[in-house]
Every structure is written in C-alpha cells, then in structure tokens.
Design a protein around this ligand. Structure first.
Ligand code: C2E
Ligand code: CA
Ligand code: CA
Length: 456
C-alpha cells in the first residue's frame, strides 16, 4: 500500500510505501484449496473435485451433444486385505492403485479417489459412438498386474460400474448412483468384471430397496414370521423336530422367501438382529411345545455372516436363558460358507456352542466344497444331505449313490442324517431303504406358520 507525503503547500513531495510478504498466506490458501480438492494418500482429485468435474463434463456434453461416462471402480476384497495384512499395507496398495490409474489422467479424463478403495474415472466421449471397452480393459489390466509389498506379491482385482450421460442419467447425483448400482452388480460376478447401468438393473435395485425397507420395518416391530417345517423319523414315522424358516409379509398378504432377503440382510449387517429375533421366536415356540407335552427340537439357520459376530455364543446362551428352553431342544444349522472364511475361529465358536449341549447340523452337505475335514474337525451331530441330490434320487442312479455314500460316511462317524427336499413318496422310500435317519420336505409337510403347525 502507498500513501503520499505532502509539504506545507499540500504538494506531494514523496510517498510512504509499505510492503507485506503475502507469499506464505497465498501458498497456504493454495494449499488449502488443493487439500480440499485432493486425496492425501494418492494426490488424486477427491469426491469434491470429482463432483465439480462431473458438473462441468455434463455441461460440456450437453452443449456439444456428446456423452460423458462415469466409471466407478471398487477393489475386490479390500477389507479382507486390510484386516489380514494391516492398514499400513492397505494404504500402500491404495497408493499403488492411485499411482497406476494416474496414467489415464489427461486433459480429458479425470481420475479421482472417492472413498476407501473406490476410484472414479470421468470420460468425455469425443463422438457419440466412442466404445469404452478398450479403456475398461486397460484399467482392469493395470489393476490386476501383480504388485509387491511387505515382501509379498499381491494380485488385486476390481469391479467396475459404468453410467453414461445422457443415456441413463441426467445429473451428477444420478450418474454417481447409477454407476454405484452397476458396480454393485459387477461385484456379484467374477473378479475383474464390469457392468453398465441398465433399466433391468434399476428394476432389480428398486426391488432390493423395497425388500430392504420391508425387512427394516419388520425388524423394528419384530414383525417377521417364522414358519416351521417338520422332520420325520423314517423308521418310527414320528416327528422328531422342526426347522424354523423366516418369512416377510408382502403387500398382497403373501410371504417373501428368505432367498430374497437373507443375502441383503448379510450385506447390510441386518442379519445380526434378524438372526437374534428368529432365534428367540424359535426358542419361545419350542418352549411352548415342551410345556404342552410335545417336546420338539427346533433347528435354526445361522448364516455365515453371523459367525463373524463375536457375540454369537453369548447371544445363544442369553436367549436360552431368557426363554427357559433346555439347550437340548435347540439345533443350529450351519453351511460350510459359514466356516470357510475364518475356519479356526468358526470351529472354536461351534465348539463353545456344542459345550452348551446345543446340537449342530451341517446344512446343504454335498454341494460347494463339503470337505470331509468338516466332519472330522467340527462338533457336528447331524448332516443334512443337500436337497438337490434327494429331489430326484429315485430317477437318478448317480444321485442315489451320492446320497448313499454321504449317508454311509456320516453314520460311520456317529452322525445322524437328514434328507431334505423330499418331494415324493418314492424319494422317501429310497431314503428309508438307504438307511437315512430323517426326512424333511413337501411330501411330508410344507413349512407352516405357528398356528397351523400346532394343529399339525
Ligand atoms: P435351507 O436351510 O436349505 O432351507 C430349506 C428350504 O427348502 C426352505 O426354503 C424350504 O421351504 C424349502 N423346502 C422344504 N422342503 C422342500 C421340498 O420338498 N422341495 C423344495 N424344492 N424345497 C423345499 P426357504 O424357506 O425359502 O429358505 C431358503 C433358505 O433361506 C434356507 O435354505 C436357509 O438357507 C435360508 N433361511 C431361511 N430362514 C433363515 C433364517 O432364519 N436365518 C438364516 N440365516 N437363513 C435362513
Ligand atoms: Ca437349513
Ligand atoms: Ca438345506
């Protein structure tokens, strides 16, 4: 700033000039702007800048009558890497991916890091018909190049979801949402898959949203239903127990099968509350039957995700205590997917449960990996032979041999066996002839709500 120096005649005879060094302040404000627009770990644009670039991109595409694509990329199993190898290695991997993707950044393409293990590419199309496939393949190739860190080699993979302005979205929020839905779809496919947003996907997403809302509402009010399906002793013809199967009511007075919401519940973590409520309802029913003089063991399905809950064992103990059901009337049905991720931990959990004298059934045995190691290591009381073998065993000699051999192995090491999906008298006869202990299926009874069940 400058100020004049005046003499007595008010004429200017000099000036006072004050200089102030603002480089630090300026540098600071540049730095602040940079920080608020970039990710620290990778130095890539962050979500804020991505939003800005998308807004500009859309404006330009609209003006030029071209298209703009958003590629959303999410690393597969990154949480697992982080948990298993530590955040330090996790950070290194993110930095490495950020660096690798940076080679796609140019005047036209923005590469951003939008969250933990999520990256985005904003790609303007020169003309209407630009094919994205070459770029997509390059991106996936870059990700899957082996990478060394912490003395180990890592092979990473990612899932890509793509939305295109103006084909399937006409604002930034919609582009982000649709790319996210498409990415979610790609996640359910093989590693290194990509998926475009589509109206089918939209329908699927809406259904998911709907089922999610129904599930949340049901959980809030403890308002889901539990149906019971009996298991029969093939020798005595008596009912020896029931399996409890959860149901949600739909809008038409019918029921939604758990096949449509268990996966959702697992992904969103709602399974913990659902599992607990189903367990409690099942135990209350079993206690009622016991008090009424018809002691009936109830088998409750426990999903893989529930095994990651360190409170599972305590929850089972707490519910038995609360409902006053003797533990021998409770069985837990588990599938191998519950065990496979963290085997030792799952084995320990099962042993603690078995110590409470709660019995354990291995569900859907014969599909997946169905390792004999499970039969050896786990405190399993009962093997449920997968329904796909039982369903048509009387017409398929191969299935019959498989049922028979699973049955022989299980029985030889002291476990009981159940054939599920028994849909005909013939299948029931075949099971009896083979020496399977119990049968469960539509030929005997469909799963039914509590009141019908009591009558049965
Ligand atoms: P699952 O444990 O294998 O249960 C048996 C499924 O087969 C049930 O389907 C049952 O209704 C059906 N079923 C019974 N008899 C027959 C038959 O003769 N033929 C055929 N084709 N199917 C038969 P649902 O109730 O739809 O349950 C599907 C799956 O959902 C169950 O498979 C189980 O894995 C899961 N699930 C059900 N309830 C729960 C629950 O409370 N918690 C958890 N975590 N999972 C559950
Ligand atoms: Ca089951
Ligand atoms: Ca089953």
């Amino acid at each position: 700033s400058a100020a004049p120096i005046l003499n007595e005649k008010k004429q200017q005879c000099g000036a006072v000039m004050v200089f102030q060094d603002v480089s630090e302040t300026l540098a600071m404000s540049v730095q602040m702007t940079y920080l608020s627009h970039h990710d620290q770990l990778t130095s890539l644009p962050n979500r804020v800048l991505l939003h800005d670039r998308l807004t500009q991109g859309i404006a330009r595409a609209s003006f030029n009558d071209t298209k703009l694509s958003l590629l959303l990329l999410d690393l597969d199993k990154f949480k697992f890497i982080n948990d298993a190898l530590g955040h330090h290695i996790g950070d290194e991997i993110i930095a490495h991916i950020g660096h690798s993707l940076d080679c796609f950044a140019c005047n036209d393409i923005t590469v951003a890091r939008v969250g933990g293990d999520e990256f985005a590419l904003v790609v303007p199309h020169e003309s209407h018909s630009l094919s994205l496939e070459p770029l997509i393949n390059q991106v996936l190739n870059v990700i899957s190049k082996p990478f060394r860190s912490g003395g180990e080699q890592h092979i990473l993979s990612a899932s890509l979801g793509i939305s295109v302005y103006p084909d399937d979205a006409n604002c930034v929020e919609e582009m982000l949402r649709h790319a996210d839905s498409a990415m979610y779809k790609a996640k359910n496919e093989a590693a290194n898959s990509y998926c475009y947003f589509s109206t089918d996907l939209q329908v699927e997403m809406n259904k998911r949203l709907d089922v999610g809302n129904k599930l949340r509402k049901a959980l809030e009010n403890n308002a889901h239903d539990v149906h019971y399906q009996p298991k029969y002793d093939l020798r005595s013809g008596e009912m020896v127990g029931v399996e409890s199967l959860v149901r949600l009511s739909d809008d038409e007075g019918g029921f939604i099968s758990p096949l449509n919401f268990i996966e959702y519940a697992e992904e969103t973590g709602l399974i913990f509350r659902l599992g607990e409520q189903v367990l409690e309802k099942s135990c209350i029913s079993a206690k009622r039957w016991l008090d009424a003089g018809v002691p009936t063991k109830v088998a409750v399905n426990i999903s893989a995700k529930q095994f990651t809950d360190s409170k599972l064992v305590d929850t089972v103990a707490m519910i038995l205590e609360k409902t006053q059901l003797p533990s021998k009337y409770l069985e837990l049905e588990v599938t191998e997917s519950a065990l496979i991720e963290n085997y030792e931990y799952a084995v320990n959990q099962l042993k603690l449960i078995a110590n409470m004298k709660v019995s354990i059934a291995l569900d859907d045995f014969g599909t997946g990996f169905s390792s004999y190691g499970y039969l050896r290591d786990l405190p399993v009381n009962c093997v449920k032979i997968d329904g796909s073998f039982v369903q048509d065993m009387h017409t398929s000699p191969v299935n019959k041999v498989l049922v028979s051999s699973i049955n022989d192995v299980a029985k030889a090491i002291g476990m009981s066996t159940v054939g599920e999906y028994v849909e005909s008298a013939l299948a029931m006869e075949s099971l009896r002839a083979i020496g399977v202990d119990f049968a469960q299926g539509f030929a005997i009874a469909h799963p039914a709500p509590l009141d019908n069940f009591v009558r049965l």
